[in-house]
Write a protein that binds this ligand. Structure first.
Ligand SMILES: *[C@@H]1O[C@H](CO)[C@@H](O)[C@H](O)[C@H]1NC(C)=O
Ligand SMILES: *[C@@H]1O[C@H](CO)[C@@H](O)[C@H](O)[C@H]1NC(C)=O
Length: 326
């Protein structure tokens, strides 16, 4: 349960993006402030299954924190771009991105994840969040190894009761002849520092006829359908998505250093080549994709540890070294 809780928890924090992006407030500090201020409420909760809810009532946005399960973990560090979920123009029917894949030696208690999100935030309350995420991650706690794995993830209630990664619960339906299964190892990985890049291209696309959310995967090549999330899994996402996001996050047990993000190199003058996202594309109701030409709001929780560059011509760089002192 711990690892799934951590994954869900990390992603729940993404919900905070839009609370802070415009003001440019650092998410990390804000969470700590809230926690400190709310320590009485948090301390009154015990038992491993109890969830603490901290409400930022100004935005109707909540952080769920399963304190008992995750108390040994630091706050996750994010470097992501995301669209703002409010407003009439926010209609998404898919997302497309190519991302490099890297290998790192991680220990149990560390995780490093890169991916894309297709969400519908419903009325803004966490418990109705519908979300699909796909990408690659290194998660020794979950897989018992330190290889990058292709993952799929879904929820329709803000990661509370519904959803899971890969095929761990009913949800994702594999396609006949799929080139990869959720959870499978991605091999080979990009060379560091020689720079021979291995990339995966991922596409999440709402099928116009069935309404199912298809996942496409391609290793150094054009993606093909590997399966789908049935439309019936979802509430709000049954209609469309109203937010897309992409980027990376790392988590670590408090006793361990932060693991590398991306290639392990910081973009913008860092040592070595930072990991990239390329071919960043929105997909509209008719299944047509268009490159992202304007920058999107970013969320970076620990700027000196990890960062992400502005989107330029449907591309950007991100990442950071491990062992960063926050
Ligand atoms: C902390 O709690 C006090 C008392 O409830 C409140 O007045 C104050 O605004 C809170 N501070 C923050 C940063 O939320
Ligand atoms: C991804 O890898 C393939 C095969 O090496 C290469 O041809 C392609 O240019 C790469 N794509 C990007 C966007 O880097």
């Amino acid at each position: 349960m711990l690892r799934l809780t951590m994954l869900g928890r990390a992603i729940s924090l993404c919900l905070l993006f839009h609370a802070f992006q415009t003001e440019g407030i650092r998410l990390h500090h804000t969470i700590n402030q809230l926690k400190n201020n709310d320590s009485r409420a948090l301390d009154s909760v015990d038992g491993p299954t109890k969830q603490n809810m901290i409400s930022l009532n100004s935005n109707l946005i909540m952080v769920t924190s399963s304190r008992q399960d995750s108390s040994s973990y630091d706050e996750p560090c994010f470097a992501v771009h995301q669209t703002t979920p409010r407003g009439p123009g926010n209609n998404y029917y898919g997302f497309h991105a190519t991302m490099d894949v890297y290998g790192h030696e991680l220990k149990p208690g560390q995780g490093s994840s890169t991916g894309i999100w297709v969400n519908h935030n419903g009325n803004g309350v966490t418990s109705v969040l519908n979300a699909i995420s796909v990408g690659w991650h290194i998660y020794p706690d979950h897989y018992g190894d330190s290889h990058p794995h292709f993952y799929t993830h879904w929820t329709r209630d803000g990661y509370k009761e519904t959803g899971c990664i890969n095929m761990d619960c009913p949800g994702f339906v594999r396609a006949n002849g799929a080139v990869i299964a959720p959870g499978a190892v991605i091999h080979p990985v990009s060379d560091v520092p020689e720079g021979h890049i291995q990339n995966i291209t991922l596409k999440v696309l709402k099928d116009k006829t069935s309404g199912d959310w298809w996942v496409y995967y391609g290793f150094n090549t054009i993606p093909t359908g590997v399966g789908y999330f049935p439309n019936s899994l979802f509430t709000y996402l049954a209609e469309k998505a109203n937010q897309v996001a992409f980027g990376a996050y790392v988590i670590n047990d408090k006793t361990l250093p932060t693991p590398p993000m991306g290639s392990g190199a910081l973009p913008n003058g860092g040592q070595g080549r930072a990991a990239s996202f390329t071919n960043l594309r929105f997909i509209d109701q008719d299944g047509n994709s268009s490159p992202i030409t304007a920058d999107l709001p970013e969320l970076v929780t620990e700027e000196k540890c990890h960062s992400i560059t502005p989107i330029d011509n449907a591309e950007c760089f991100y990442g950071g070294p491990g062992g960063c002192v926050k």
